[in-house]
Design a protein around this ligand. Structure first.
Ligand code: E4P
Length: 218
């Protein structure tokens, strides 16, 4: 399973990259605003900085909600760097734009997906990635993981190549369960990745190894 980090924070991206397990980055307008990145020029420059930090795919979300606007924005974003994946909302014009970009060989990520039907449409439109929002479903007492499982089943039935990018991942258990279900990618905050490191037996075991080494060498 690929690990993407879901942030526009350059320090967090660099830390995940340094760990050696990062496969890409996802962003959205809220994450950009959280870092104080506003205005078209600053946002474009920020995408360039993110692409310089990582080797994998970087999702850049369009703001337009009409087909022509999405195409114009998406083409400009894709021209920034081959790593850029045009992130499109799951609305009718987003599906049309997805078909347009996929037929041109431009990578896409269809976002704000909350149902199997929406995921099926994204795959039919040739999306590179589909982003079901696991955490936001859990937030409203709906089983987000079950949605990922159903999408996996449907995609496997027909051999769709669209990769399931489990989004809105919030914690380590989300990451582990996504891996168990067969999600192709997960995107979450840095803590959902670094949290996987933690185990008290690792810490106590390492402390004992080091103490025993010291004893033997003194
Ligand atoms: C997906 O690409 C979104 O950016 C993101 O995962 C949403 O996460 P949230 O529900 O924690 O805001």
């Amino acid at each position: 399973m690929k690990f993407f980090i879901d942030t526009a924070n350059l320090d967090d991206i660099a830390e995940a990259q340094a760990l050696g397990v990062l496969d890409g980055v996802t962003t959205n307008p809220s994450l950009m605003a959280k870092e104080g990145i506003t205005g078209e020029e600053n946002i474009i420059n920020h995408y360039k900085k993110i692409c310089d930090l990582v080797e994998g795919d970087v999702s850049a979300e369009v703001i337009s909600t009409d087909f022509d606007g999405m195409v114009k924005e998406g083409e400009a974003l894709a021209a920034l760097n081959p790593q850029i994946v045009v992130k499109l909302p799951m609305i009718a014009d987003g599906v049309k734009a997805c078909k347009y970009f996929s037929s041109k060989g431009i990578k896409t990520n269809v976002t704000l997906v909350f149902s199997v039907g929406q995921a099926l449409l994204a795959a039919k439109a040739g999306a590179t990635y589909v982003s079901p929002f696991l955490g936001r479903l859990d937030d409203i007492s709906t089983d987000g993981l079950h949605l990922i499982e159903e999408i996996r089943h449907v995609y496997d039935n027909y051999g769709f190549e669209t990769q399931i990018l489990s989004a809105s991942v919030r914690n380590t258990m989300h990451v582990i369960n996504c891996a168990k279900i067969g999600s192709d990618v997960m995107t979450g905050p840095l803590s959902s990745i670094t949290g996987l490191l933690k185990h008290p037996l690792t810490d106590s075991g390492l402390a004992k190894f080091l103490a025993d080494y010291e004893k033997g060498n003194n």
